[in-house]
Design a protein around this ligand. Structure first.
Ligand code: SAM
Length: 225
């Protein structure tokens, strides 16, 4: 599915978030507060926008991991085109549920709009916990359903009945990806259950911030030992 939309993924994000998606990623980076000695693993990095935001914020190294080669190709082409901070990024293919690194390899693990696509999120959260050094942070950026019934009505109208068609046309997609994506938001764990799963995976100090009328949530969790 992601192979068939990779070429138009960034364009669709900008158009269908009304230009807000990069701001949401910057808010996730700010929540994780990277410093110059931090090594970052961005899981389900897709075309690399969140990984690039971490590199620009001054992290020492950023590893972007995804299992769709077509998404990684776009990410690598973007990194090659831009000089400066994105030069600190390397992209690798891998599975969020079986990460290829040794325990405690990173200071920050991030996942943007990706955790709801992972088949076994609880397993992925345990892997993220395994990756982190003491004092490490996990930041999860994910779509959410607005809590206000009034806003939820218009949000559903847009995400279920308008965006699937316009995004499919922009991507010239025949896979049905943009009909699946809004359904996956509705069926994914709500923020409270995600927080419970983080605690079960060994994280502490879980905090959550809603963005843009509750359409997006940044979740930050820490490891203490
Ligand atoms: C909606 S995109 C998000 C891309 C990017 N993080 C962003 O901010 O736009 C979801 C990505 O998750 C990846 N993905 C889904 N399941 C995965 C898994 N088990 N392991 C690694 N990547 C996965 C897909 O290949 C896709 O690139």
């Amino acid at each position: 599915m992601f192979t068939s939309i990779a070429h138009a993924y960034d364009l669709n994000n900008r158009v269908h978030s009304f230009g807000l998606d990069q701001r949401w990623r910057r808010r996730a980076v700010e929540a994780a507060a990277p410093v110059a000695t931090d090594d970052v693993l961005d899981v389900a990095c897709g075309t690399g926008d969140l990984a690039e935001a971490f590199a620009r914020a001054g992290a020492r190294s950023v590893t972007g991991l995804d299992y769709t080669p077509a998404m990684l190709e776009v990410a690598r082409a973007k990194a090659a085109r831009s000089g400066g901070a994105p030069g600190r990024i390397q992209y690798i293919q891998g599975d969020a549920q079986a990460l290829p690194h040794a325990d405690r390899s990173f200071d920050i693990v991030s996942i943007g709009f990706g955790i709801r696509n992972v088949a076994d999120p609880a397993l992925a959260l345990r892997e993220f916990r395994r990756m982190l050094r003491p004092g490490g942070r996990l930041v999860i950026l994910e779509f959410s359903e607005p809590t206000s019934a009034f806003i939820r009505f218009f949000h559903r109208l847009y995400t279920h009945h308008i965006m699937p068609w316009t995004a499919t046309i922009l991507a010239r997609d025949g896979s049905g990806a943009y009909r699946y994506l809004p359904r996956s938001v509705q069926t994914f764990l709500d923020p409270r259950h995600l927080a419970d799963q983080l605690t079960a995976a060994g994280f502490s100090k879980v905090s959550q911030h809603s963005l843009t009328m509750g359409t997006c949530v940044v979740t930050l969790a820490r490891v203490t030992s």
